[in-house]
Design a protein around this ligand. Structure first.
Ligand SMILES: Cc1cc2nc3c(=O)[nH]c(=O)nc-3n(C[C@H](O)[C@H](O)[C@H](O)COP(=O)(O)OP(=O)(O)OC[C@H]3O[C@@H](n4cnc5c(N)ncnc54)[C@H](O)[C@@H]3O)c2cc1C
Length: 326
């Protein structure tokens, strides 16, 4: 435990009356250190982060979040906000403080006519794609399906359609936000404009988002995917070819260059695991066959170790991202 104080000690200091009052005021669950789900509620993606909050509020919506924020402020507790719990630093949990766990706020609505989605902060990229791809639509998300929508959006959100449609934060139309004084407000280009400006890139520092509204774009459900790995000893040639190609590449194509060891995951052949390689990975959001023609020069630099480039479901690209970072 990284803190010297036991979280049950903090609960005792808060007193039964205060803790009981908080529990009654919530429609969601209050999870204390002796609760059977406590360890799940404080779990984050980075297994090196092991923090012990005093109180976890599993919020069901904006009202619960407002109650939790006010309780933390009134009782001098540190507050953290747990969205998808995927941030590497593990800021979603805090020792001896109050965690607002948003995992139950997972509603998604899609309006295919207006090309707009409302997304609760308990969703991950893969959850939103599953709903929007039914209509051949997508919002910009992170490139791995497993990352949470809230943290990713409030910090930018770099993914597979960024050259054509920008980052997650660029598609943001409005947010429902709980501010430090416990007010539940809207932030948009027309309402609370300063807050809307600050939240976009401000992580959780200016409020807790309890609902997002995003623009959707026509993407998929099938895309042209580039996925080619060359031996490390031709890296100079690969990078020169890539540099010249990228200068005139169409906006429909988003690419990443990846240098490192081939990961030991199922799509990669066993005999290549751990071998140093340079990878060119990308997604073409226009016509998939046109996409495969566009990326052809990047598949002909030398003899590839692996070339899994193909037409594939847009959702499958995000599954690869998840596999790379289990
Ligand atoms: C395996 C892996 C792959 C990744 N791939 C990408 C990628 O392709 N593109 C990309 O852009 N990033 C990527 N990231 C980075 C990731 O998007 C960020 O770390 C992001 O913050 C995670 O979002 P989350 O909701 O899961 O965050 P959490 O860990 O829950 O929270 C992260 C931060 O956001 C705050 N926060 C969470 N929810 C809210 C809310 N509702 N209101 C206010 N503040 C909130 C938290 O308090 C915390 O400070 C990746 C990370 C990992 C570990």
């Amino acid at each position: 435990m990284s803190s010297h104080k036991h979280p049950l000690g903090t609960v005792a200091e808060l007193g039964e009356e205060a803790v009981g009052g908080l529990s009654k005021a919530l429609s969601g669950e209050l999870i204390l250190p002796d609760h059977s789900e406590y360890n799940d509620a404080r779990d984050v993606w980075n297994g090196l982060v092991n923090r012990y909050p005093a109180v976890v509020v599993r919020a069901t919506g904006g009202q619960d979040v407002a109650t939790a924020v006010s309780f933390a402020r009134e009782h001098g507790l540190d507050l953290s906000v747990r969205g998808g719990a995927h941030q590497q630093a593990g800021d979603a949990v805090v020792d001896n403080g109050l965690v607002v766990d948003l995992s139950e706020c997972d509603e998604i609505t899609v309006d295919p006519e207006r090309q707009v989605a409302t997304v609760g902060p308990g969703n991950r990229a893969e959850d939103v794609l599953a709903e929007t791809q039914e209509y051949g639509l997508a919002m910009p998300t992170g490139s791995a399906g497993c990352v949470g929508i809230p943290g990713t959006t409030l910090n930018g959100g770099v993914g597979w359609i960024r050259r054509k449609h920008g980052l997650s934060v660029d598609a943001l139309r409005s947010m429902e936000v709980v501010t430090a004084d416990g007010s539940l407000v809207e932030a948009s280009p027309d309402t609370n404009t300063d807050l809307f400006w600050a939240m976009r890139g401000g992580d959780g520092n200016f409020g807790v988002v309890t609902n997002f509204e995003f623009d959707l774009y026509e993407v998929g459900p099938v895309v042209g995917a580039l996925n080619v790995f060359y031996p490390a000893d031709i890296v100079d040639e690969v990078l020169r070819t890539y540099r010249d190609f990228a200068a005139d590449a169409p906006e429909e194509l988003t690419t990443i260059v990846n240098y490192g060891e081939i990961p030991a995951i199922p799509p990669m052949p066993d005999h290549l695991h751990g071998e140093e390689a340079v990878g060119l990975i990308g997604c073409y959001t226009g016509d998939p066959e046109e996409g495969m023609e566009t990326v052809a020069p990047l598949r002909e630099v030398g003899d590839p170790l692996i070339d899994a480039s193909d037409v594939m479901p847009y959702e499958a690209l995000h599954e690869v991202g998840t596999l790379m970072h289990p």
